[in-house]
Write a protein that binds this ligand. Sequence first.
Ligand SMILES: CC(C)(COP(=O)(O)OP(=O)(O)OC[C@H]1O[C@@H](n2cnc3c(N)ncnc32)[C@H](O)[C@@H]1OP(=O)(O)O)[C@@H](O)C(=O)NCCC(=O)NCCS
Length: 185
Amino acid sequence: MLENFIMPETLENDVIKLVARNNHQYDEDLWLETDKNRNFLRIYLPWVDKTNSLQDCNSATDMFTDKWQKGENYAYSIVLKATGKAIGSIDIHNIDCENYKGEIGYWLAEDYNGRGYMSGAVQLIENAAFSLGINRIEITTQKENIPSANVAKRNNYVFEGTLCKAIYNNGKFYDKLVFAKLKNA
Ligand SMILES: CC(C)(COP(=O)(O)OP(=O)(O)OC[C@H]1O[C@@H](n2cnc3c(N)ncnc32)[C@H](O)[C@@H]1OP(=O)(O)O)[C@@H](O)C(=O)NCCC(=O)NCCS
């Protein structure tokens, strides 16, 4: 059983900093980017249509704070060092200490796509998680979500298979692709 798995509050590379979403420091940035990118994000992220005010963003942060304390989900704001603004989010969730595994999820404001920021964030999370004893990290995506599947492939996650009609999104069922990386692969 994996013990003492607690992710660090901050992680950084040369261009981005991941800051634990266990306080309200970046709620306003995340709210503005969510609202501005509503059409881009809502295709694959059902929570977007339930986020209609800064207060909704505050409530989400409270939920993430609670899950951080319980060791269930470690969510971070992705902060661009050049501006000091949060431009998206990444988390490691479904932490399963019995089986030493977790799953990464993410979103990034559209204007900041195509620059490798999310790949950098994935690498920061996985390095920290593997060094804390996690053995397997999954990235799952709706089959149609090519940019997200490309993040997994670009970072050497192995495609393991398709879960048929495993996602219910906007009134329809969709196939889910499962990618995974092992610590010592
Ligand atoms: C999925 C998502 C995070 C991908 O973002 P992204 O910016 O394409 O991802 P990366 O950080 O890996 O960047 C890769 C792109 O940057 C380019 N790039 C530039 N510098 C780079 C670098 N140093 N390293 C890697 N890629 C780099 C790559 O060539 C690639 O460009 P391309 O798409 O034109 O080929 C984003 O599209 C998104 O948030 N979508 C909406 C929400 C969503 O679907 N979330 C996932 C739900 S499962």
